[in-house]
Design a protein around this ligand. Sequence first.
Ligand code: RUB
Length: 322
Amino acid sequence: MIDADMTLEETAEGIRTMEIRGAGRIARAAVEALEAHAGGLRPATLEEFRAGMQRAADLLVATRPTAVSLPNAVRNVMRTLEADVPLADAKIAFHERAQAFVASSIGAVARIAEFGARHIRDGDVVMTHCNSDAALACIIAAHREGKAIEVFATEVRPRGQGLVTIRRLNDEGIRTNYIVDAAVRSFINEVDLVIVGADAITVSGAVVNKIGTAPIALAAHEARTNVVVAAETYKFAPLTTLGDLIPIEERAPSEVLSDEIAAALPHVRVRNPAFDVTPAEYVDLIITEQGAIPPSMAWLIIRDYLGWSIEQFHQAGDRTGP
Ligand code: RUB
């Protein structure tokens, strides 16, 4: 949940700088910021309200390009403003939709945990990467059910999200091995199951997640170890049905190499993509709050749960969504 005093700009900056991070948290923070912004606006007309909210929505969506949860969440709540109703009703409807979105997002993680825990057996060794609330919820739920599990958690260069993960696992009393990213293949044969989260899932079932996920999935595939992705339905990317690609955020070189060292290496260019793409064939199962699906069924989630149809989409001529 965002700090109640955070302004829209502060939330946008918090997402940009990764003070607020993780696809689910980003989505909820954006919706909460929009709700607070709506409460603070004093528009004279519905049109003014819509315009003010659209500016706010655009600011938030531009903060991080890869996590589809962000535009999906923003679109979910902004749709309430399409109805031609009195201004006061529009404000109430927006408030209610925002509250409902946040509640359902939290509920979705709880359901994913319930389903995901069933895939973890007593005695399993689980590997995870980055810091995903959805993936961790599955691991923690299995542990709380009394299953004796052990975790391998990666460091996650360059931002070190693995530290957040091992603190959480440690707090739960879960036996955890902390490894550098490059050690994944060295330990994959000791692992029974890989569980990661997602920032975006394409219509082909490809999973976009923290950089380093794809090599883990490749190592797991080679070792015949199952890869499970824990992801709320709003991580699926509707526009990929029309051929759009998920933009991969490339962050500042200074996250990898200090400016001081970089300045002394004029021929070296640092590349710092924040995410990578794991092809569907390296993913065994995607666990959503609607149940587990094979990656090949991604379109059903986009059509049935995100409510997109290609016909409607073309008619609307709207290519501003996720
Ligand atoms: C976070 C990351 C997480 C997904 C899923 O990247 O890749 O695996 O966002 O997280 P970053 P969740 O740290 O760059 O935001 O399950 O919490 O939505």
